[in-house]
Design a protein around this ligand. Sequence first.
Ligand code: PSU
Ligand code: MN
Length: 318
Amino acid sequence: MTAHAPSLPAGAQPLLAFSPEVAAARDAGRPLVALESTIISHGMPYPQNVQTAREVEAIVREHGAVPATIAVLDGRIRVGLDQAQLELLGRSPDAMKLSRRDLPFAISTGRIGATTVAATMICAHLAGIEVFVTGGIGGVHRGAETSFDISADLQELARTPVAVVCAGAKSILDLALTLEYLETHGVPVLSVGQENFAAFYTRDSGLKADFRMDAALQQAAFLRTKWALGLGGGAVISNPVPVQDEMPAAVIQGFIDQALSEAAAAGISGKAVTPYLLARIKDLSGGASLATNIALVKHNAKVGTALAVALKANNASA
Ligand code: PSU
Ligand code: MN
């Protein structure tokens, strides 16, 4: 182990399993980028989900870090998945969607589990990984004042020191309340390339992010400072979808509104809400939303890898 290789809490050690590639990267002190698996099991259809997961991993390698896709299989947290494990997650109708509360259940009962943003942050932190790339984060749902539906992703961002690179959040959510909630809990939102928070399918939510920071070195210095101050918790790195992949705002908003009213009419609640909305939007858009989704995750992989590399450099010079 190098000076910077993280040490696991003793109790967690037997519950984590590193792929050979990730284990070697840890030993060598190379930058690692965590990737989530709910986007594979519940966010995209097969086979595009597995294909995208592999392509995103390749982008991370190409840009100088090692990808660590995270899931729960055979009673352990897998940090780094092989092809067979990715296929299993991508095809299995039994894969559970795991957030913070669900992790111990899936591990202790040997279930197949895909990790959400919240659970992936927890696992990445246990594995000593500081950067995590995904598509979009969960947030405060519209109507949360009566449903209390606020994603556990937001609390996780408040407590677990991992930077989450995403394309903002979908406007299936109340994005203004999501930003308010993050502010209340001290979670900074850094925006790349623009002032405003990104809205996943579209670049501009119309809401200002906290700080614009285009350069990975700036973002890394911000995070090192935050953590050096003992402030803990994570940060949102909002990276808008590339212009050429953006969806027309009015078009996507129509699909989102329809999906929301169908979800309400069908009485969908709890953890089923987000996967239901994602699947409906994909169907309503005739697959156009999926192409945007894939493009933005790949773009996030580039930005996240640059950040992981910059954080290593910042560490070495500290
Ligand atoms: N938003 C997306 N795509 C996703 C998700 C959210 O645009 O795939 C997934 C992520 O895994 C996120 C989870 O952590 O849904 C949030 O679920 P919930 O709203 O139930 O907390
Ligand atoms: Mn929820």
